[in-house]
Design a protein around this ligand. Structure first.
Ligand code: ATP
Ligand code: MG
Length: 570
């Protein structure tokens, strides 16, 4: 694909440096085995896309492999629907895990055995304190914690209680298994963290087999170890958990992967936490997880994003050790670059205004040749029909144009893209409201194809669609879901629901598009000339009814302008 271009942009970020060093020192047999470990408790978002591109990308780059592993350790929030959606999304991004699809739940028996091993070694105990008490006993950042009264139970008693926990002798929350480390440890995560809790819940894969479930910190390193992961890449909030990750593996004496943390992706005007995204879905603020306004991979796909654009974006934002927030304009810029190269151009009128060309013969139809993509010669040409009545964009006409308006106005001549020069001769208005109903124009037969023999100049070229050939379309235009650039900073003060943009969706019901589009299917992406990029939505009634388009992104590229200005400075 665009391998060359991507290769050019690759930066040797700190994770590549670590891997290069490991390979040079022949650590882990110079292998690179990574994993992407989603919890199936929601749909994947653009932040996950970054993690996917990083993990699968590194594996590809170093001829290693990347596992897709579901971290399905909390049955209360997890569902098969999410598992299916995650698989679809990772595939769509263009990555392949081969036979390496794994589920943490497949390791429950092994994890249990290892927990028993820790109990036998005096490194874990069953605690009967309540969740609340455990929190109180934990101490604070400045004060050490207090030992649980159950901390010194005998090994035999612990083994017996743990077995009974598994058998279901206790209710949710009645008992937990904890690691026996140090209640005075300066790192709070090391103060006897909980390894297992009781949850009498049906698991999507193991059903009622288990009623104790491992906690993330206990489970994750074991999963990595079982799969022989070499570089376990996760986000920065796990940095303080690394000593615990290491402690468990060291105590068990099993294969020890290396945990490496990087800063999570944040985007302006975007919220990513699954908890919030779920709320938007549940409260009907959006139409579903794949609403084109959602930052989910399925939402971006429905909006018209391409895998190439998301992969390019992931590479460009890079990998850092410090949290920051990326401008959404960069994401849109990556998309425009890809669509500009690959999306065919068509003509579509979003707010139609009828034009009658009074000196054009009634019943006559001509076909003009139109270029499909000036960026791609191989895309070829198509025929666009022209007739006496056409639609133009309402905003391309003004009754009393200001100085810098060069498009159509009374007495003014413009070029119709690929067709003829027309001059506005009459304006039909509603008597009461003054609304413009229709224009009458004349055309110059000598200007066929958009050229004039006398070299006469017109200031502007506008797009159009033949009235009798036009296809009805609905166009959905989108704005950011949130009104503030840095929602995480704001949510510290207020509910994020207070920052929902009430105007994030605009639906245009009476759009008219050129007839060549009737051949296209759901998912087809194109540029409406002068208007932006659009994709045919699954809501379309094909082939008999209305086409529904999502506006993917406008043509105006703020990011490119910023980048240009920046480079001009140097
Ligand atoms: P969220 O907090 O958004 O709900 P999560 O971290 O709980 O997401 P997981 O399913 O546990 O979601 O994440 C799977 C992987 O994706 C993890 O390795 C996690 O570090 C990574 N990840 C999640 N969010 C981001 C992000 N914004 N940027 C980069 N990586 C992310
Ligand atoms: Mg998580």
């Amino acid at each position: 694909m665009d391998n060359n271009e991507t290769a050019k942009k690759k930066v040797v970020h700190f994770i590549r440096q670590i891997i290069n060093k490991d390979i040079a020192e022949n650590k882990k047999n110079s292998q690179v085995i990574t994993r992407f470990p989603p919890e199936p408790n929601g749909y994947l978002h653009i932040g996950h896309a970054k993690s996917i591109c990083l993990n699968f990308g590194l594996a590809e780059e170093y001829n290693g492999r990347c596992h897709l592993r579901f971290d399905d350790t909390n049955p209360i929030k997890e569902e098969q629907e999410y598992i299916d959606a995650i698989i679809e999304d990772v595939r769509w991004l263009g990555f392949d895990w081969g036979e390496h699809l794994y589920f943490a739940s497949d390791y429950f028996e092994q994890m249990y055995a290892w927990a028993v091993q820790l109990i036998r070694a005096g490194k874990a105990y069953v605690d009967g304190l309540t969740t609340e008490q455990i929190r109180e006993y934990r101490g604070t950042l400045t004060e050490p914690g207090v030992n649980s009264p159950y901390r010194n139970r005998s090994i035999e008693e612990n083994l017996d209680l743990f077995e009974r926990m598994r058998k279901g002798d206790y209710k949710d929350g009645e008992m937990v298994l904890r690691a026996r480390i140090d209640m005075g440890h300066p790192n709070m995560n090391m103060r006897d963290p909980v390894m297992y809790r009781i949850l009498h819940a049906k698991h999507p894969r193991t059903g009622d087999k288990w009623c104790i479930y491992p906690m993330y910190d206990w489970a994750h390193g074991l999963e990595d170890s079982i799969e022989g992961i070499t570089h376990s890449i996760c986000t920065l909030e796990f940095e303080d958990h690394r000593p615990l990750y290491d402690w468990f593996l060291d105590q068990l004496g099993i294969y020890h992967p290396q945990q490496i943390e990087f800063a999570r992706l944040n985007l302006t005007f975007t919220i990513m936490s699954k908890r919030y995204l779920l709320k938007l879905v549940k409260e009907g603020i959006v139409s579903g997880w794949d609403d084109p306004r959602m930052p989910t991979i399925s939402g971006l796909r429905r909006r018209g994003y391409t895998p190439a654009a998301l992969r390019d974006f992931s590479e460009r934002v890079g990998v850092a050790k410090r949290d920051s927030i990326v401008d959404s304009q960069l994401l849109e810029h990556c998309l425009r670059e890809d669509l500009n190269r690959h999306a065919p151009r068509v003509m579509g009128v979003l707010n139609p205004l009828k034009v009658v060309i009074t000196n054009y013969p009634e019943g006559k139809v001509e076909e003009f040749e139109a270029i499909n993509n000036p960026e791609d010669e191989a895309a070829g040409v198509r025929k666009v029909p022209f007739s006496r009545e056409i639609y133009i964009e309402r905003e391309d006409f003004m009754l009393n144009p200001p100085k810098k308006f060069f498009r159509l106005a009374p007495g003014r001549e413009v070029r119709l893209r690929y067709a003829y020069y027309i001059t506005c001769t009459d304006v039909l208005q509603d008597e009461k409201t003054g609304d413009i109903l229709e224009l009458h124009c004349t055309y110059d037969p000598e200007s066929r194809g958009g050229y004039t023999p006398d070299g006469r100049k017109v200031r502007s070229t506008i797009h159009w669609v033949s009235l009798e050939h036009a296809i009805d379309a609905e166009v959905r235009q989108y704005d950011y879901l949130l009104t503030v650039p840095d929602p995480s900073a704001e949510t510290a003060k207020k509910e994020f629901m207070d920052y929902i943009n009430p105007n994030s969706l605009t639906v245009l019901h009476h759009c008219k598009v050129e007839p060549s589009l009737v051949r296209q299917k759901v998912g087809f992406k194109c540029q409406f000339e002068r208007k932006g990029y659009f994709m045919i939505d699954p809501d379309s009634k094909i082939p008999e009814g209305t086409l529904v388009f999502n506006q993917t992104v406008s043509l105006r590229d703020t990011w490119a302008k910023i980048a240009q200005a920046e480079s001009g400075k140097h």
